[in-house]
Structures are given as structure tokens and as C-alpha cells.
Design a protein around this ligand. Structure first.
Ligand SMILES: [Zn+2]
Length: 401
């Protein structure tokens, strides 16, 4: 009897709760299964939508402070010396003062080497390399990728591009890149048609990269959400609202899938050429798909810059992925903002939970550490870059596996 009355009491309590909601929620809206709540309301009980009693803030102004108390380990310097394979040093390579400030910033982060991915070629490449070589402190800490111009692709283009690439390698370039997203998205052929990433006219240059042992660092497309309708279900709504040039309306641009297909065709057609897909190929939000690509094509590597928000929101899956593909991943940062590097160290090296990302408009969620083993960290930080780039200075890196 007693237990029956407890059940009755609990039932009464919940019924009262429901009754209170129903009362409070006058204006509350009932929806059918599968329907979403009308704008300005949220589902407070199954199929019952309610509006807040006070005006809701915009997503710009809502900045809740986490009340979660958990251990926090800030990591200022990488555990092992790192190679930033996706460097954009913003003009710092051209002068002694610039190089000194770059060196000081890299020292404070334990980034031992920056690979500049600014598409340099010809005289600009030569003068930049001369400037780096004149710096006793930085001459072994900066290396340069050569750019390829995709203007006027047609008869005679490949011979000229290969000759320029050979000259750039003779001047000291260590690889190619970064091949920008313009290839695929916007670059046109002389007849006005879109230059596809897998256009056969480009084949000779990729074969030349294999012959010259140059890794090709390539950025294809952008996050898939940039290609999708800009509605309130779009995960990158805020970013696209802030930066309209990041939207790729589908009446004017190829689709994300089309670009991925062209890119993968390119990788597949040149098995002797080493490709490094920037930004985890924009597939860090679908690691199974990225893993399939890496399984199929042993000539493909990938770089982890600017997708930390995807790595750090799936700590278990990302941990397993990094361990499984530990020979195929390279550290890179992209935008050179020294205060942002420690977020990478923290995600890769710690088990910290639920901490902020550095750029709120990319990701409104928190990050978790993926706690990589030391041997994997070493590969991601420097070993894999050394392995695929024979022209990088080889002295002075930590030994062991
Ligand atoms: Zn870049």
C-alpha cells in the first residue's frame, strides 16, 4: 500500500509539473510528431513548444559561462618540436626584423620550422630564400613551397609551368603549394570554362612533382556547409553571415561533392605523386569517409590546420583516427596567429574536457583533448613532414621512433 502511495505521489508531482508548463505555456504550441517548433519557441515537453517569458538574446550576445569544474592543462609549447606545414608568415620572411619576430614567436611555441605555403615563384621566391639564408638563426627554420600559376591552361602551358617549377626547385623550393581552392572553384580556362581539378591538361605538372620528389600541398573546396542553403539549420550560419564571400551559391559554383570527386580523381590518377590535402580535406567531420580515401590512396597525406573544432568535438573518434592514420597526418596552422597554436597542443596532447575554441564564429561548441601517445605526436608534429619532404633540413630532430 505504501509503495502505491509513493507512486501516486510521484505521478501527482509530474502531473503538477506538466500542468504548470501547460499553464505557463498558454500560447504554447502543440506540434505533431516529426514537426519542428515554430520560430521563437522551443520544445519544453514532447511536442509542446513554448516561447521564453523574456526576450531571447541573439546568438551573438548569448555567452554562457560554463559552470563545469574539471582539471585544465594549458600547453604553451608543443611537447615535441613541430613543423608548421601550412605557414602563411605574412611578409615576415622578407626582412631581418620580420624573421627575428617570427623566430621569437616560433620559439615560444616550440615550432621549430615553418614551411611557407604562399605560392611563391620566380624572383619573389629567390629574394625570400636569400633573406632567410642571410639569417643565421632562421636559415634552417624556414622552407618555401613553390607556387604554380593556373592562368591560361592550354597548349604549351605545361612545358612553361614545369620549366618554372624546375627553376624554383633549383632556387630552393622544397614542395608545391599551397594549390589554392581557386583551382576547382573559380579558375577559368582561356575559353571561359571552369578549370577542373582533374583536367588532363594539368597531368604533366603533377608527374613532374613526382619526378622532382616534391610533395603537393593542396586546398580543395571549403567546409561543406558553405555550399549548403544558408538557413538556421546550417552549422556555419554565423560565419557565412559575417563573411559573405565564404558562401558558394549553387547556381554559380560547383557542389562540394563535385569538387571532392575531382580532387580524388587527381589523387588516384597520380599514384607516384605525394599529395597533402589541407584542412583534413574538409572531411574532419566525417572521419570514416576520410579514412576510406587514405585507405585507398597511399600517396595521400592530410594536414590538420583550421579544423580543430572538428577534431576536438569527437575526442574518442579523433583519437582512434589519429592512431590509425598516424603515418598520414601533418601538423599545420594556416593563419599565423601565435596565440592560437596552444589550442592545438591542448587538443592533441591532453585529456582536458569541455574547453573553449579560439574562434567562436567557427564553432559554438566546446573542445576536448584527444590525448595522443608520444609516438603519434612526434609523427604528426614533425616525422611525417620530414618523411614526405626530402629537402627539409634533417639535422637535430629528436631520435627514436
Ligand atoms: Zn593556406
Amino acid at each position: 500500500m505504501r509503495s502505491t502511495s509513493v507512486v501516486a505521489a510521484i505521478a501527482t508531482f509530474f502531473l503538477c509539473g506538466e500542468a504548470a508548463v501547460a499553464q505557463r505555456g498558454m500560447g504554447g504550441t502543440q506540434i505533431k510528431a516529426g514537426e519542428v517548433c515554430p520560430p521563437g519557441t522551443t520544445e519544453v515537453r514532447p511536442r509542446n513548444c513554448m516561447a521564453p517569458e523574456i526576450a531571447a538574446p541573439s546568438i551573438l550576445d548569448y555567452r554562457p559561462k560554463s559552470t563545469l569544474v574539471v582539471p585544465a592543462h594549458m600547453v604553451k609549447m608543443a611537447k615535441y618540436p613541430a613543423i608548421d606545414f601550412h605557414g602563411h608568415p605574412q611578409g615576415l620572411l622578407g626582412t631581418a626584423e620580420g624573421l627575428a619576430s617570427l623566430g621569437a614567436a616560433l620559439d615560444s611555441l616550440n615550432v621549430r620550422m615553418m614551411v611557407s605555403a604562399d605560392n611563391m615563384s620566380g624572383e619573389r621566391l629567390k629574394s625570400t630564400i636569400a633573406s632567410v639564408n642571410a639569417s643565421p638563426k632562421m636559415k634552417d627554420r624556414v622552407r618555401i613551397l613553390a607556387g604554380i600559376s593556373f592562368q591560361n591552361v592550354g597548349p604549351g602551358w605545361a612545358e612553361k609551368a614545369i620549366a618554372q617549377l624546375e627553376a624554383d626547385v633549383a632556387a630552393g623550393a622544397v614542395g608545391v603549394g599551397e594549390i589554392g581552392k581557386g583551382l576547382g572553384l573559380s579558375t577559368r580556362k582561356p575559353d571561359g570554362s571552369r578549370l577542373k581539378i582533374d583536367d588532363p591538361a594539368l597531368d604533366p605538372i603533377w608527374d613532374a612533382c613526382a619526378r622532382l620528389r616534391l610533395p603537393v600541398f593542396i586546398h580543395t573546396a571549403d567546409p561543406e556547409e558553405f555550399f549548403k542553403p544558408l538557413d538556421y539549420s546550417n552549422e556555419r550560419w554565423l560565419e557565412q553571415a559575417l563573411f559573405p564571400q565564404r558562401r558558394y551559391p549553387q547556381d554559380r559554383f560547383p557542389s562540394f561533392d563535385e569538387l571532392m570527386t575531382e580532387r580524388n580523381n587527381l589523387f588516384r590518377r597520380h599514384p607516384k605523386t605525394t599529395f597533402v590535402a589541407a584542412h583534413m580535406g574538409w572531411q574532419a567531420n566525417d572521419l570514416a569517409k576520410l579514412g576510406k580515401l587514405l585507405d585507398e590512396l597511399p600517396n595521400v597525406y592530410t594536414e590538420i590546420g583550421a579544423v580543430l573544432y572538428d577534431i576536438g568535438r569527437q575526442p574518442h573518434g579523433a583519437h582512434d583516427f589519429f592512431v590509425k592514420y598516424q603515418n598520414r597526418l601533418l601538423f599545420g596552422k594556416d593563419s599565423f596567429q601565435p596565440p592560437e597554436y596552444p589550442y592545438y597542443w591542448r587538443v592533441l596532447e591532453t585529456r582536458d574536457e569541455y574547453f573553449d575554441y579560439y574562434r567562436g564564429y567557427h564553432a559554438f561548441w566546446k573542445l576536448y583533448g584527444i590525448d595522443l601517445p608520444d609516438s603519434v605526436l612526434q609523427k604528426v608534429y614533425f616525422r611525417n613532414a620530414l618523411k614526405i619532404t626530402p629537402r627539409l633540413p634533417r639535422e637535430g630532430w629528436p631520435g627514436g621512433r
